[in-house]
Design a protein around this ligand. Structure first.
Ligand SMILES: [Zn+2]
Length: 285
């Protein structure tokens, strides 16, 4: 099935999106890595939706292998700084303003950086969890990620001073011998600590999946922003919306998996389009 024609100028995209928002006041927005790239957080995929880099660690490998966990935490000790220091960007701010003006009912994000909340969005569902927390996979005890990193740095001073290119999700392109790295297990039960993030190969917790579906049940349309929707959990919401006869729009620089379902496709710089839309809706400051 051929998709709709893509609008690729900022002006025309802002106009079309403002109309879409006026026509659909109970909007469910899905966001992905593209809204956070201006904040210095790298993404995984190119404009064609292909991996730009080796795929991230799989849930089963992380849980099943101490060697994988050593490598993961050693790299995170270097790469997490980018996530920790990331600043709210224009797209986050524009979405928070649109929510404040009543144009966004639910914001489902696939990002784990919490930047939507820091920008002021309130109705946010962290579909894939949050990278600033770690959780014991055995007893459920959770702690702030930076506190665990402080412990890891104390246990592994030689690793803590290494430098490497930052990678998505607080990873870093560090290749070395990780055999001496000391991981930190749960101080309560000795279980495995894992970031409170849905890794590839894992499933979204039922409670968050349900919250997203409740948002979809309230919504009269879906808008996907800055995501190729290659991960099924986000794509599924678009497909469900389409099956219910709801319009689905996308604002993304590149293809999305939902392209054949779309009734509006915008491919222009996200922040510029969102700010233009905001101005047309009378919401620019
Ligand atoms: Zn525990």
């Amino acid at each position: 099935m051929p998709g709709v024609e893509t609008i690729d100028s900022i002006d025309a995209a802002g106009l079309a999106l403002a109309d879409f928002l006026r026509d659909h006041p109970r909007l469910l927005v899905i966001t992905g890595a593209g809204v956070s790239t201006d904040s210095g957080i790298p993404d995984y995929r190119d404009a064609a939706g292909r991996w730009k880099r080796p795929p991230p660690v799989q849930h089963g490998d992380f849980m099943g292998s101490l060697a994988v966990r050593r490598r993961y935490w050693a790299r995170a000790l270097v790469g997490f700084k980018a996530l920790r220091e990331a600043q709210v960007g224009g797209a986050h701010r524009a979405l928070a303003r649109l929510e404040a003006l009543g144009h966004v009912d639910t914001l489902v994000t696939q990002n784990v950086d919490r930047l939507h909340q820091r920008a002021g969005s309130r109705r946010v569902i962290d579909l894939h969890g949050r990278a600033d927390l770690v959780k014991c996979m055995q007893c459920g005890y959770s702690m702030m990620r930076h506190a665990l990193h402080d412990q890891l740095a104390r246990l592994n001073p030689a690793f803590a001073s290494l430098k490497a290119q930052h990678a998505p999700d607080g990873d870093a392109d560090l290749e070395t011998d990780f055999a001496d790295f000391k991981v930190h297990d749960c101080q309560r039960c000795g279980g495995i600590f894992k970031p409170d993030v849905v890794f590839y190969g894992d499933v979204v917790p039922a409670i968050r999946r349900q919250q997203a579906e409740e948002g979809l049940a309230r919504a009269d349309a879906v808008l996907a922003i800055g995501t190729s929707l290659m991960v099924f959990s986000g794509y599924r919401l678009c497909r469900q919306a389409h099956e219910r006869g709801m319009p689905v729009a996308a604002l993304n620089l590149g293809v999305t998996r939902a392209d054949p379902l779309l009734s509006l496709k915008l491919s222009a710089p996200l922040t510029a389009v969102l700010e233009d839309t905001l101005a047309r809706l009378g919401g620019s400051r």
